[in-house]
Design a protein around this ligand. Sequence first.
Ligand code: PEP
Ligand code: MG
Length: 583
Amino acid sequence: MLPILNTSEITVQQLFHGLSAAPGVGIGNIYKYAPVPADDSGRTAPQAAGDPEEEWERFLAARLLVDEELARLSQIGQTATAEIFLVHREILHDSTLTDAVRAAIDSGIDATRATRQATGDLVRLFQDLSDQYFASRATDIRDVGQRLVFRLGGITSARQLNPLPDNTILLAEDLTAFDTTHLDQAHVVGIALAASTPTAHTAILARSLGIPLVCSAGAEILQLHTGMFGVVDGIRGRLLVDPDEETLEQYELTRSRLRRFQAEALSQSHEPALTPDGERIPVRVNVNSREDLLHIHSNGAEGIGLLRTENLFQNRTSPPTVSEQLAAYQDVHSYTNTHSLTVRLLDIGGDKPVPYLQPSAEANPFLGVRGIRLLLRHPQMLIDQARALIELAQNVSPVNRIRILIPMISKVNEVHQTLELLEEIPGYQHCRHKLGTLEVGVLIEVPSAALLAHHFASQVDFLSIGTNDLAQYTLAADRVNSAVATLATPLDPSVLRLIALTCEAGRAAGIPVAICGEVAGDPSVQPLLLGLGLNEISVAGPAVPLVKSAIRRVDMDAARELAATALNCSRAQEIHQLLHDIG
Ligand code: PEP
Ligand code: MG
């Protein structure tokens, strides 16, 4: 089992919490990367602007070279990375970008500065929309801008990234895919980003390069300096600076065990996760974007345990039609082969806003009209989404069935009202009760839902526990507020008690209970999760092989004992210690 670090003992200013975006442990010296803004033309000498037609020709020639480069890159490596470069080719040819470059050239500036200016304006436009999706598109545009400027003979910041000294921890606000593909891969042992997300393209590339990455670590990390010694903990999403000797030794041990463990885990990732007592635990994948689908094959995931559908509804002015949704779900389903697909009904609200559905801003969106609350106010949205899923369920077999997951349930009535709406949809009864190709489940992420789970467990086919929100709501600690991030741990005994209650409700009703929160991706918590009674696990793609491997080592009797002890603890630290002791 992997050793666990008791990071509660590390002083606050040395420990930065972020999100795990690529697993592993990197130990080395920080190199702080400060890229030149995309349109910072003052830092490089402007080239004399020639005739606008000549400058335009220069731009077109550079664009052709970039296009060839991206086409080449999209043909090598993994499919996930190939898709990134295809997206970049689309941006390269997008008329918004080329028209802006043309206009800037026509105003009398050279092609290099025109490209910087046009991409810089677009990047700012997307960033100002303060939406996670647009933020990552901004990074893509900056990336394409860098490639064009490079081909036009300008200087790009990525030059600072190669060569780098041995054992470098790269620290930056964010990195573009261009930065990541140009960095000195042989010498970077870890990446820590103040911003970005685990599904951003940089994270995907880091995972495919095997470089541990922590993102969303907060602007405070930008106060750190080049040359400082640190540890990137890509398992738990942490950056440590100047750790004490004992902590460092533990991390060195973790790193070497992890390397052995990872190689072994990957070689067996297509085998089922079976405990020595013969308990079979399906390990599925959480899917937020197309890139995540590729983990199903490469990492041996047994279907999709959580498809977040918000992306389909965001960045548009009206909801997708039933047929648009059906096409999207069919596409996702085609990746699952002989496994099931769990689709969460739209969970809009909280940190996932959709302007056309929420005309007025809420003071406390996480406590507002979110998930099922919103859908029950817009029943046609719920019906349309369910119609697409039921249509899909009519053409699949029970092994690769469709599971509808209802988010943000806090009242029993909400389950009843949702089921009543579903029952009216043609095909629903047939698929759910005759063909066995459709299931309905409740996402347990509000304490009241865990406390009342026994009331609705008999009416649904499965429960799934969303520990990200369950911890947030149980501990009254905003999950996106880094000032209270340490409070909202799913390993708090209060949260564990709610998990145990939910498992008990599932057991009594004879239905499986899954977990799909981030904590489930930590290999070292598997004995505790199984001991609490969880039957299915759904995690981020890169975690699948390690989680499966960890499950294969769980002695169920010992796990139940561990869970009983944990439930009697009064503090999260004691639970961390328990896991450390069995590690
Ligand atoms: C959760 O809350 O644990 C969960 C899986 O859903 P999300 O993170 O999308 O809110
Ligand atoms: Mg949630």
